[in-house]
Design a protein around this ligand. Sequence first.
Ligand code: ATP
Length: 229
Amino acid sequence: MSETLDQTESMSTPRSVVAFMGGTFDPLHFGHLRMARELKQAIAAGQFRLVPCGDPYHKAHPVSPASQRVKMLELALANDAELDLDTRELKRDGPTYSYDTLVSLRQELGADASLIMVMGMDSFLSLPKWHNWQKLTELGHILVVHRPGSEQALSEPLQSWYANCKATQLEQLRSSSHGLVFDLRMTMLDISATQIRGLLSEGQSPQYLLPESVLEYINQTGLYCSQPD
Ligand code: ATP
């Protein structure tokens, strides 16, 4: 009932739509940037934010200091009017929880905004390990992105939870503030930060996998040169 009222209201007052993607961005690469740009357009979001994490508790490899990861994001986004950097997770102490990020964004944007958390299928599959994972959709929507043809079985708790909040059209995420999960298949560039760190640690160049300004910074600082995963 309240969902119907919600959607009727949105016809008269356009709702602001803010999407964001968290990550370690160690380093940021063209896979991240291309996906963010394509999604911003597909969702017709007013803003698309990249949100670097502070202290990720679920990454296996050592993570570069936040100041260096942020510097690379700043360099890459310096001339990009479409994508924004949001450093709120670095201002919190302790582990980074996406739930807390959603609470904080909801406070900033107000109850009516459509808030969309974007994640790759790899992250979605591990969702049951996340803090307060079943409450994430009380604060925003989740947009799961994966490669066409890369179907993977969801674990039991995730599958039953997903069945209750599954959206059938992307448009539903724009026209409501929270509560839905949409599964979007799109072509992703086959680039990962692991691959870039690996190339650098072997003395090879990752040129054309990431912005030139970011590569210059890596070369100047010697980041990743002796850091294989
Ligand atoms: P790592 O290799 O260190 O695990 P990563 O390249 O996967 O890093 P993250 O910072 O962990 O980068 O990813 C942030 C978000 O970007 C995640 O939701 C992830 O699924 C997504 N992502 C990573 N690589 C790509 C890509 N090539 N195309 C689209 N999305 C990507």
